[in-house]
Write a protein that binds this ligand. Structure first.
Ligand code: BES
Ligand code: MN
Ligand code: ZN
Length: 505
């Protein structure tokens, strides 16, 4: 799909000769009040639109749509009226609902290109750049399909090829163009993250993820990929990470991607993504119901790859390192057993009381390894705990940090992209839940505050640098009828990095 922004009068839009089929979208508020572009269109069409509204076929209810054909004195073959709800209630959420509805309505037609008047909408606290970015994300979200493993790909015609964002008064400025480019890069990063997440465990193995990272480095000269094998990890003393892979036939990998967008001397942001390509629980085997969803246990890794692709595409001027500890978690005669004690790369020993708390075991060694890149900031992203889903549901990711300022910056980036997180406590009082009689710590903290004690575990490996942890167990994928990866938190991470560059650090 192609996107552009242009100054244009809604009634004059003609689809480019080659495509010969188009649509103009304008907004209608609750009660039938027309948005600016709709007013212009209505005037040219001699009140054709206001007549329809008077008849009651379009009330302006939020996310309602109506397609009109051959509107008098309007060049475009179709007009899409989009209900926006009450003007006073047009906030980010309502806007996003409306835009998704518009995209679905557009895709149900055979329009090949569309001119959307969205930038003019008075969304609370947001500017036109934001409206355009969110529309791009909605366009990708509503067209996304994962059908590459069906023998006959679903035959829904993807005809919509070009989306233009219309401006009534001004020409698009550099800021708007930049927002558009960034939104497209983020949307494509989300597609990569979703594809990897949706792939089954028998395809998306640690080796497959490593291959993906190598491919990313081939397409982007600014990325360098290194893959460490189990014997290399052995030499580094990663006894914790290696304890997780012991039951699996698939070899574990430690994947590193280095993106250089700024001076070599500039300290990097390191993103560490949990890459468990299937989490059966190991000897502490999970119950059978919905176990298939544990193919999504590499969504942290997928978000690191998606974010790196996005920033490389943007050519963002900063240095970022991605680290992906990747393994399966399987039961077998060689698997780690409850009660086993292992030594992590940091030297700290861990009593593994539950082999299903494996995410923290691979992450702790990766976090220790991260220190070699002399990071400015380290952020890990992990589908870490079921407890986080109980705490925050599927709306917010759990956010933990050893620095409040960093936490705030991540919260802001989430708010900006509507890929939200919620700041959770990392108080000392929770740490004692990890006390072990036999090792420096145990890998579980009991049922109370399960997401917090998992973060506490990680905090013991991140004392040397500024660090944040995102528990994305509730946000990385959807279950049920709409089962599928969401691509989160690629928008949050990419926006955080964009904001860092804009701030000049
Ligand atoms: N990958 C899971 C977390 C998870 C579970 C994410 C369900 C999304 C949905 C993780 O490895 C895990 O199994 N965590 C355990 C930890 C427990 C044993 C302390 C959990 O949350 O039950
Ligand atoms: Mn687990
Ligand atoms: Zn897991």
């Amino acid at each position: 799909m192609e996107f552009s922004i242009k100054q244009a009068s809604p009634e004059k839009h003609v689809s480019s000769a080659k495509l010969r089929s188009g649509c103009v979208m304008v907004g209608v508020f609750d009660g039938g009040k027309l948005a600016d572009s709709a007013q212009l269109l209505d005037k040219s069409a001699l009140h054709y639109i206001s007549d329809i509204i008077a008849r009651g076929d379009m009330t302006g209810k939020a996310a309602s749509t109506l397609i009109l054909h051959q509107v008098p004195n309007v060049a475009s073959e179709r007009v899409l009226l989009l209900g926006l709800g009450k003007r006073s209630e047009l906030d980010s959420r309502q806007y996003r609902d409306c835009v998704r509805a518009a995209m679905r309505a557009l895709q149900a037609t055979s329009a090949k290109d569309a001119l959307l008047y969205l930038a003019e909408l008075p969304v609370k606290g947001r500017d036109s750049a934001w409206c355009i970015s969110q529309a791009v994300l909605a366009a990708y979200e509503t067209t996304y399909r994962f059908d590459r493993l069906k023998s006959k790909p679903e035959k829904d015609k993807k005809v919509l090829r070009h989306i233009q964002f219309g401006l009534l008064t001004a020409k698009p400025d550099a800021a708007l163009e930049a927002a558009l480019t960034q939104a497209v890069a983020i949307a494509q990063g989300m597609v990569l993250a979703k594809d990897l997440g949706n792939l089954p465990g028998n395809v998306c193995t640690p080796s497959y993820l490593a291959q993906q990272a190598v491919t990313l480095a081939k397409t982007h000269k600014s990325i360098k990929t290194t893959v460490l094998e189990e014997k290399d990890m052995q030499k580094l003393g990663m006894g914790s990470l290696l304890s997780v892979t012991r039951g699996s036939a698939e070899p574990a990998k430690l994947i590193t991607l280095e993106y250089h967008g700024a001076d070599k001397k500039q300290k990097p942001v390191v993103l560490v993504g949990k890459g468990i390509t299937f989490d059966s629980g190991g000897i502490s085997l999970k119950p059978g119901a919905e176990m298939d969803e544990m193919k999504y246990d590499m969504c942290g890794a997928a978000s690191v790859l998606g974010t790196l692709q996005a920033i490389a595409e943007m050519g963002l001027k900063l240095n970022v390192v991605g680290i992906i500890p990747s393994s399966d978690n399987m039961p077998s005669g060689t698997a780690t057993k409850p009660g086993d004690i292992v030594t992590s790369m940091s030297g700290q020993t861990i009593e593994i009381l539950n082999t299903d708390a494996e995410g923290r075991l691979v992450l702790c060694d990766a976090l220790t390894y991260a220190a070699r890149f002399e990071p400015d900031t380290v952020i890990d992203i992990a589908t870490l705990t079921g407890a986080c889903v109980i705490a925050l549901g599927h709306v917010a990711s759990g956010l933990y940090s050893n620095q409040d300022k960093l936490a705030q910056e991540l919260l802001d980036a989430g708010e900006q992209t509507q890929d939200r997180a919620w700041h959770m406590p990392l108080w000392e009082e929770y740490q004692s839940q990890l006390d072990s009689n036999f090792a420096d710590m145990q890998n579980i903290g009991g049922r109370p505050a399960g997401s917090i004690t998992a973060a506490c575990f990680l905090s013991r490996y991140t004392k040397e640098y500024r660090w944040a942890h995102l528990d994305i167990a509730g946000t990385a994928w959807k279950s049920g009828k709409e089962k599928g990866a969401t691509g989160r938190p690629v928008p949050l991470l990419a926006q955080y990095l964009i904001n860092r560059v804009a701030r000049g650090k």
